[in-house]
Ligand binder design. Structure first.
Ligand code: WT7
Length: 622
């Protein structure tokens, strides 16, 4: 059958034919691939237009599909190979051992009273237990909420409170670059900030919690619209919002995209450098690769500690075939002596992937040449927490490799670039139809009021039935798509998605700050850095206020929110109605000349000279 064609993501002609077919026969395409999933009850429909539901009537269990299946068929096969902060720290977990870990954790959760639909927060480092914890939730129908272990106690508290998590799973500590992070301490601090009911903390690296637990191996049957997880991400306004994904449709999308775009085969060794705190760590670490029965390599440390060859060492020693990483990591690594990479045997590599932000041409070329030795196609995959899986990616055709192009829509996806001047100009990337990986709902400061959440979702994402991605994009002359990054007030710092509103909230709380505005500026390694414009209310010293602001951001969001530039200005550029004109500040920070047209909505023109002078001082480090 054509829908499963071996060369579907490899040859343009075959891709074109299947793509057309998948759009015309949308239900048939997804029905074909849904057969990969072991359902306990078959779906009665694939996509129901009237209700917007996927796989109606179906039931099954995600954990069974990702682990039990393989623990029965290939129990001794490595499921997870962990590498720790220091070279030589390694643990291999087979599929049968992974199942045991999962069942221990799910039994403890059951004993703690967790039932189907309850939320379990996970604040853990990149260790096999973290993935086991996610799958343990899936096994009993609980909803997991992972929180990146680099987030501060306040950021952790916010997410726990908003989602009503009943249990918080953690480790005593994590190691990063030789330093110890006190995760349990952070959890306790977070709980002390929560006003209402607090979750119980379970420490998974404490042997005692496993004592006297009788292991229950049952799986809970879940319907296709039962939710699998919540994951917080930043939007263009206000607080982070919880993106909710339902289980079986999400798995169908993650697994099908992975199978085609990474050409995943069961004997592949797959190394993804993301973290379970982000969506990549869900779709393409915990779920799709295990579903396909691959061996996955995870890494808890820092790619440059203690030396900048950690990735190359892991690829060589584990004979990694598929390597999925981020532009920010690659930009960091290409700055080091080429011998770190030249001295390693990377010949096992077959396909390279990039995700998280636009990759620049220099970095793409280095990835292609130094890492892939011109042998491995690069898939620059574009997607979002909301989309659940890859939406755009180039074909796996070595002859047609082009830097920095995210390429083609996945099967069944119909993107549209709106508001562009002509066919090849920059416009807003939208998606005109539905796909199974699309999030089911969002949580936004209203966990009890689902109606309000639906309204916020519609307001934020939908316009005339189009899904608005927030990114700018254009077509090149081969009709391949190029994505330029966010067009809204979202910053992408080292692949971490943060909104200017979150920064501003934290800074505005500092005594001595009257108001502020945050804009992104280009940064050589991080992609973007945060530039803060601050108006003082009191006569505090610049130095003092700078320190206060940095510490407010560290405690409000986490170390990732360190502002690179803080300029103290007399006034912010505003419209007559008092709206801050961030795009003007963005242009000024980028050293672009503001045109007269740009200034037309500005009411306090006199603010500009001072802002320009302070920007220059800041960028020049004086
Ligand atoms: C935003 C989504 C997708 C998993 C990790 C990030 C940017 C992501 C690319 C790419 C250009 C990209 C977009 C998007 N982005 N991948 N290949 N090229 N931009 O998920 O945290 O939800 O962030 O990341 O701006 O909107 P996320």
């Amino acid at each position: 059958m054509l829908f499963g064609h071996e060369l579907a993501w490899k040859e343009q002609d075959i891709y074109d034919e299947i793509y057309e077919n998948s759009i015309q026969n949308f239900n048939e395409f997804w029905a074909f691939h849904s057969k990969d999933i072991a359902f306990s009850r078959q779906p009665s429909s694939i996509f129901d237009k009237a209700t917007g539901k996927w796989l109606s009537g179906a039931a099954g269990n995600i954990c069974y599909n990702c682990v039990d299946k393989h623990a029965i068929a290939t129990p001794k096969k490595p499921a997870i190979i962990w590498h720790g902060d220091l070279p030589g720290e390694r643990e291999l977990v087979t599929y049968s051992e992974l199942l045991n870990k999962i069942c221990s954790i799910s039994s403890i959760l059951r004993l703690s009273g967790i039932k189907k639909g309850d939320v379990v927060a996970i604040y853990m480092p990149m260790v096999p237990d973290a993935i086991a914890a996610m799958l343990a939730c899936a096994r009993i129908g609980a909803i997991h909420l992972t929180i990146f272990a680099g987030f501060s106690p306040s950021a952790l508290a916010y997410r726990i409170e908003m989602s009503n998590a009943k249990i918080l799973l953690t480790y005593k500590k994590a190691s990063r670059s030789g330093k110890t992070i006190d995760l349990l301490g952070n959890c306790q601090k977070a709980l002390s900030e929560i006003k209402g009911k607090t979750p119980k903390i379970l420490v998974l690296d404490d042997e005692d919690i496993y004592l006297n637990v009788s292991i229950n191996r049952d799986v809970v049957e879940c319907d296709s619209d039962d939710n699998l997880f919540i994951l917080y991400t930043s939007g263009s306004s206000g607080k982070p919002k919880g993106i909710i994904h339902s289980g079986l449709p999400f798995l169908l999308y993650a697994a099908t995209t992975f199978k085609f775009i990474f050409d995943a085969k069961s004997d592949d060794v797959y190394f993804c450098t993301s973290d379970i705190g982000w969506i990549t760590g869900h779709s393409y670490i915990a779920y799709a690769p295990l579903f396909q029965g691959l061996s996955i390599v995870i890494f808890e440390g820092n790619p440059t500690y203690p030396s900048p060859d950690r990735y190359w060492d892991i690829i060589e020693n584990e004979s990694v075939t598929l390597f999925y990483t981020s532009p920010t990591a690659l930009r960091t690594l290409q700055a080091f002596d080429e011998n770190y990479i030249k001295s390693r045997d990377l010949s096992s590599l077959r396909i390279l992937g990039s995700v998280g932000e636009p990759i620049d041409e220099k970095t793409w070329n280095w990835f292609f040449e130094a890492v892939g030795k011109r042998r491995c196609p690069i898939v620059d995959t574009w997607w979002q927490t909301e989309t659940g899986g890859i939406i755009l990616a180039p074909l796996l055709d070595l002859k047609r490799q082009k830097p920095c192009v995210v390429g083609k829509p996945f099967f069944g996806i119909a993107p549209k670039i709106i508001d562009a001047k002509d066919e090849f100009s920059l416009g807003r990337l939208t998606i005109t139809n539905k796909w199974p990986g699309m999030c089911s709902s969002i949580l936004y400061e209203c966990p009890e009021d689902i109606g309000a959440c639906v309204n916020i979702f519609n307001k934020n994402y939908l316009k005339d039935g189009l899904f608005l991605t927030g990114d700018g994009a254009f077509y090149d002359t081969d009709f391949d798509i190029k994505v330029t990054g966010r067009l809204d007030d979202v910053l992408n710092i080292s692949g971490h998605r943060l909104s200017s509103a979150e920064f501003e909230d934290a800074i505005n709380k500092v005594r001595g700050v009257k108001e502020c505005a945050i804009v992104p500026v280009a940064h050589e390694i991080k992609g973007q850095a945060a530039f803060a414009y601050v108006v003082k209310s009191d006569n505090v010293s610049d130095e003092e206020l700078r320190n206060e602001i940095a510490s407010a951001l560290r405690s409000g969001i986490g170390p990732i929110a360190r502002p690179d530039f803080i300029a103290f200005v007399h006034d912010l550029p505003k419209t007559r109605s008092g709206k801050i004109l961030r795009y003007l500040l963005k242009d000024i920070a980028a050293n672009k000349q503001c045109t007269i047209k740009d200034l037309s909505s500005l009411c306090n023109k006199e603010s500009i000279d001072n802002i320009m002078a302070e920007t220059r001082r800041c960028l020049n480090g004086i």
